[in-house]
Design a protein around this ligand. Structure first.
Ligand code: PEP
Ligand code: MG
Length: 538
């Protein structure tokens, strides 16, 4: 039996036969004798690739969703990208074959993207590779020959987005790749398709693995090849248990989230963009406790307009049908970089120009977002919260600014809800320590435990090397959490938790005891958390 590990991107257990994914073999000629003919071939290949991508776009949109289909559009853009196209044409002009030139320039651009710090740009390496492979296939007359005849586990060095969407999804029990990151498009698609998957596995991909039995444990990140009967039986049971557990949670759908002693807590959802609304509904969330609005700014090359933002917020607010939506103003900076913000490289980005600091110093960006949020507030209950607060002075400045925005809208007779709640995230030790004062100025607190933990423990949340020192239940953090809730309630405002810790079932009793009014978690965790609340004796 072979065993190893990878990074899980979607939980669950899969058991099946291995299919080693094989890219099509292609013959590439380095030199060409007729440059004009080769340039013409390249131009025709671009037309063919465009047509293929159009068909792929329609298929993806139909089968998976519009947002995922947009991945295809990114690749289409490369077909007209001057750097890419002219780079290839220049090489052909120097006497190289079209397919060879595409391969060389594609490789160079992919390495360039892969070397960038920005996660979004990094992910473009896969797109440029994907489009180059397609062009090479068209130019060399090769075709993708991979076919799955029965359900199985797909093993690949890496999978490009267009390879992923072209696969027969009904037959894929799990994806396993050697490369890839949990933010790669393939990982995103795997999550949308609810398929257990591992990336960055230590497996040697070899055709001899074809047809052998594999087990993927998407909970632990472990995999096993040629398992013995005992392990097979154990993992089959684990798989069945996972399914039964999920089914059993269904009975908590629509139930009030109240403990045995009558403590009520609202179970809200954390989402990143409008398309996640379907999970809010399927997860049975009682509202949205954290709309990470910066996701509307990522993956594009210029600022969204006020109308674009308004339409997005409105869609969410209307979709919630009267339930509350807490929109966090953009938290760009630190790990979330966007080129058109032109942020300087910083020595300590997590301690740098990010979150509310950008909004307070670049008020035009802030104004556009606040106008859009207020306009959306006319369509249902909206609360706004501000990230990375450290002082009362910042809150005063924000409130004066919001009053100004409201006055501008009122003057133009643009409808908005004047009673839109204004709250703050408590995610810096300064805000936690000053929470007694801050509570006098805002309508609510929402604790961002991801950042509050990193700043309290001085442990970079991105640095896996520090796992040994990381203690999510550190008494310093729990003390701060208790203090924050107490200070909120003393001043008559509500308090919630929207960091990952809110979903930690071993702390549900603690949070109920502290009196937290709301816990906001990933939509898929809500039913499980509700079960915990209902069974709590606190
Ligand atoms: C947090 O810091 O806990 C939080 C919810 O915000 P983010 O994870 O987006 O920084
Ligand atoms: Mg945060």
């Amino acid at each position: 039996m072979l065993k190893g590990t990878g990074r899980p991107v979607y939980s669950g257990v899969a058991i099946g036969k291995i299919y080693v994914y094989k890219k099509a073999e292609t013959k590439i000629y380095e030199k060409c004798s007729d440059k004009a003919k080769e340039l013409k071939r390249f131009s025709l290949a671009r037309d063919e690739a465009r047509a293929q991508l159009d068909a792929l776009y329609a298929k993806t949109k139909r089968e998976i969703g519009e947002e995922q289909a947009e991945i295809i559009d990114v690749q289409k853009m490369f077909l007209d990208d001057p750097d890419y196209v002219e780079g290839i044409e220049d090489m052909i002009g120097q006497g190289y074959g079209a397919a060879f030139s595409v391969h060389e320039i594609g490789d160079a651009q992919a390495s360039m993207f892969a070397s960038l710090d920005d996660e979004y740009m990094k992910a473009r390496a896969a797109d440029v590779r994907d489009i180059s492979d397609r062009l090479v296939r068209v130019l060399s007359g090769a075709d993708v020959s991979f076919k799955m005849t029965e359900p199985g586990i797909l093993l690949a060095e890496d999978l490009t987005p267009s390879e992923t969407v072209q696969l027969d999804k009904d037959k894929i029990l799990a994806f396993v790749t050697r490369q890839g990151s949990s933010n790669s498009h393939t990982a995103i698609l795997a999550r949308v398709m609810n398929i257990p998957s591992l990336v960055q596995t230590d497996i040697d991909i070899d055709p001899s693995l074809n047809g052998r039995t594999m087990i993927i444990d998407g909970f632990t990140g472990e995999y096993y090849i040629d398992p013995d009967d005992a392990l097979l039986a154990k993992m089959t049971e684990k798989k069945q248990k996972a399914r039964e557990y999920k089914e059993a949670l269904e009975k908590y759908r629509g139930k009030p989230s109240v403990s045995k002693t009558g403590r009520k807590v609202k179970l809200f959802a954390n989402i990143g963009n409008v398309d996640d609304m379907k999970y809010v509904i399927s997860g049975d969330a009682e509202g949205i406790g954290l709309l990470r609005s910066e996701f509307l700014y990522l993956g594009r090359d210029d600022f969204p307009t006020e109308d674009e933002l308004f339409e997005a917020y409105k869609k969410v607010v209307v979709g919630l049908n009267g339930k509350r939506c807490v929109i966090r103003t953009l938290d760009i900076g630190a790990d979330k970089k966007v080129d058109y913000f032109h942020l300087e490289k910083e020595e300590n980005p997590a301690l740098g120009y990010r979150g509310i600091r950008i909004c307070l110093l670049q008020k035009d960006i802030f104004r556009t977002q606040m106008r859009a949020i207020y306009r959306a507030s006319a369509f249902g209950p909206v609360s706004v919260m501000f990230p990375m607060i450290i002082s009362v002075k910042e809150v005063e400045e924000i409130k004066a600014f919001c009053a100004q925005v409201m006055a501008e809208l009122a003057k133009k007779n643009i409808p908005f809800a004047r009673d839109t709640e204004l709250g703050i995230m408590i995610e810096t030790p300064a805000a936690a320590i000053m929470s007694d004062e801050l509570a006098k100025h805002v309508d609510f607190f929402s604790v961002g435990t991801n950042d509050l933990t990193q700043y309290t423990l001085a442990i970079d949340r991105q640095n896996a090397k520090l796992d040994y020192f990381y203690d999510a239940h550190h008494p310093a953090l729990l003390r701060l959490l208790g203090m924050i809730a107490e200070n909120a309630h003393k001043n008559g405002i509500w308090a919630g938790i929207c960091g990952e810790l809110a979903a930690d079932l071993s702390l549900t009793d603690t949070f109920l005891k502290m009196g937290y009014d709301e816990l906001s978690v990933s939509p898929s965790r809500i039913l499980e958390l509700r079960k915990n609340v209902i069974e709590s004796e606190v």
